[in-house]
Design a protein around this ligand. Structure first.
Ligand code: IDP
Ligand code: MG
Length: 160
């Protein structure tokens, strides 16, 4: 079946979600992917990746002047990460809610960080903070040809 009204719409956003090295090492990849899958967003990109220092610095360039920046770069490059692109209406803000506050001790129970982490420097997951940054970060972490456009079978059961 072809459902053109479910393919593209002005409201559809993209966000870059990443399981950080602690999430991978702790065996939380499936659990974290599952939260976005169950919510009903569409996965359009997925890979395990060892991040080079230059890419980590570019991704977090807005935090360059912060005292924790060198530690943050060490953390993000300390082991493989799982890079994901997710798509959906309101996905950027919704993913941030699913992820929870930056400090896991402040994050609500039920959120990924609230349930699975205890420290800001080991907060297991990244999510873009705006639709613009979603596009920017997906462009940074994925090459052309690594993203897939598809229509999930459940699409008509998620949106009327
Ligand atoms: P966010 O990941 O919730 O968007 P940001 O303020 O954008 O939070 O910071 C990016 C990442 O930098 C955080 O997820 C965390 O890993 C790290 N970070 C932020 N603030 C601190 C800090 O005060 N100490 C150590 N690491 C920090
Ligand atoms: Mg951020």
């Amino acid at each position: 079946i072809f459902l053109p009204h479910l393919v593209a719409s002005m409201e559809v956003e993209e966000t870059y979600i990443m399981v950080k090295p602690d999430g991978v090492q702790r065996g939380l990849v499936g659990e974290i992917i599952s939260r976005f899958e169950k919510k009903g967003f569409k996965l359009t990109g997925l890979k395990l990746f060892q991040c080079p220092k230059e890419l980590a610095e570019e991704h977090y360039k807005d935090l360059k002047s912060r005292p924790f920046f060198p530690k943050l770069i060490n953390y993000i490059t300390s082991g493989p990460v799982v890079c994901m692109a997710w798509e959906g209406v309101g996905v950027v803000a919704s993913a941030r809610k699913l992820i929870g506050s930056t400090d896991p001790l402040q994050a609500e129970p039920g959120t990924i960080r609230g349930d699975l982490a205890v420290q800001t420097g080991r907060n297991v997951v990244h999510g873009s903070d705006s639709p613009e940054n979603g596009k920017r970060e997906i462009g940074l972490w994925f090459k052309e040809g690594e993203l897939c456009q598809w229509i999930p079978a459940q699409a008509p059961w998620l949106r009327e």
